[in-house]
Design a protein around this ligand. Structure first.
Ligand SMILES: *[C@@H]1O[C@H](CO)[C@@H](O)[C@H](O)[C@H]1NC(C)=O
Length: 186
């Protein structure tokens, strides 16, 4: 009798186990389907505007700015261009910036020659509207990122610390910004 009891117990445990697996798969499937629908809905709904459905833009000018998540957004744009076979205008030199550190305004001659029309510009430059327009199609979407000045300054103070003589007077320690602000004209 003891053996029968143990056998029954095992059958019971196995049944629970398989019912568990069944529901596990059921819930997993339902969840992923819901998540997919939600994502699809978000993709086509504009948040915060009266426009209900987005139309993808493929001609884009992105004015990259410092310490504003510009590299992250540029990366997203480059990946989008890559997967949609769009042409990104690149600098003619090996530097990934359009003569940017020289202080010169952008010039159409800074862009590497391309056989196909260019869809995107998204590398560092000193903006010159006429010269940018000469490269990109008329329906190009122009966008940039600006950041609240205080937190931008804090970020610049760290990032460009030793590039800027005034900042570099104090070593890059946690107190450096207070020290600088207490005597900015020193
Ligand atoms: C662009 O570069 C060319 C060649 O160096 C120069 O002749 C032209 O004046 C420049 N354009 C602008 C708007 O600076």
């Amino acid at each position: 009798m003891a053996i029968v009891k143990i056998f029954r117990q095992r059958i019971f445990i196995f049944s629970i186990f398989f019912v568990g697996i069944y529901f596990g798969y059921y819930w997993r499937f339902t969840l992923t389907t819901d998540t997919k629908n939600l994502l699809a809905e978000q993709r086509y709904t504009n948040v915060g505007t009266s426009v209900k459905h987005c139309q993808p833009k493929t001609n884009i000018f992105f004015m990259k700015t410092h310490k504003t998540a510009g590299t992250t957004v540029q990366n997203v744009l480059l990946r989008y261009a890559n997967t949609h076979e769009l042409v990104v205008g690149l600098p003619a030199t090996a530097d990934p910036r359009f003569n940017y550190p020289s202080g010169e305004f952008f010039n159409r001659t800074f862009v590497r020659k391309s056989e196909k029309p260019i869809n995107m510009l998204c590398h560092h430059m000193r903006f010159h509207a006429k010269e940018v327009k000469a490269i990109l199609p008329d329906d190009t979407f122009y966008v940039t990122i600006i950041r609240e000045a205080g937190s931008l300054f804090e970020s610049m103070f760290d990032y460009f610390h030793y590039n800027c003589k005034a900042f570099a007077r104090t070593p890059l320690k946690s107190w450096a910004i207070d020290e600088f602000l207490s005597q900015p004209n020193r």
